[in-house]
Design a protein around this ligand. Structure first.
Ligand code: ADP
Length: 166
């Protein structure tokens, strides 16, 4: 069982599944979602169109197409609305449901972006705490998934994760 925190571009990661911080339509968007769709190629959008969207906190899996990772797990983080709309629970659900889906598919390694901390404005320190707590707890419960990498796109995010992990 292993948790790593790294700075990088998640679209370059050779893990069994990279996780996409998608929106409810699953039809692409900005940020990490846009980067994943660009790197995977148009076949990804085609498969996503057949999924009929995804609820907040839930997760759905597709192939990775031109990505180095064979699978993409698409999860929809909550939009931060001040913390009074179950945002923390919903964000924890994203990590939990993504790992459960990977476990079902018998995947061993996954990379997560900092879900909801970009356009969805979830406070970074809180989000990093939820990410690390939920993933640590889940890794104790699953059998196949054994390696999780938190891929931070910038130094601020990297520092926030390390603060929690210290
Ligand atoms: P959300 O809508 O869930 O907030 P964003 O994509 O706007 O999603 O941001 C989530 C996080 O993903 C942010 O920390 C952002 O900097 C980061 N990010 C953007 N592009 C990439 C990438 N290529 N690899 C990893 N992380 C990325």
């Amino acid at each position: 069982m292993q948790i790593k925190i790294e700075i990088g571009d998640i679209t370059t990661y050779e893990v069994d599944a990279i996780v996409n911080a998608a929106n409810r339509t699953l039809l692409g968007g900005g940020g990490v979602d846009g980067a994943i769709h660009r790197a995977a190629g148009p076949e990804l959008l085609k498969e996503c169109k057949a999924l009929n969207g995804c609820d907040t906190g839930e997760a759905k899996i597709t192939q990775g197409y031109r990505l180095p990772s064979p699978y993409v797990i698409h999860t929809v983080g909550p939009i931060w609305k001040g913390g009074y709309q179950s945002e923390a629970v919903l964000l924890a659900n994203c990590y939990r449901n993504s790992i459960l889906l990977a476990e079902q598919k018998e995947l061993r390694s996954m990379a997560f972006p900092a879900i909801s901390t970009g356009a969805f404005q979830f406070p970074l320190d809180k989000a990093a705490g939820i990410a690390i707590d939920t993933v640590s707890e889940m890794l104790k419960q699953v059998k196949k998934v054994e390696k999780i990498i938190f891929v931070c796109f910038d130094d601020k995010t990297y520092q926030a994760y390390h603060q929690i992990n210290a």
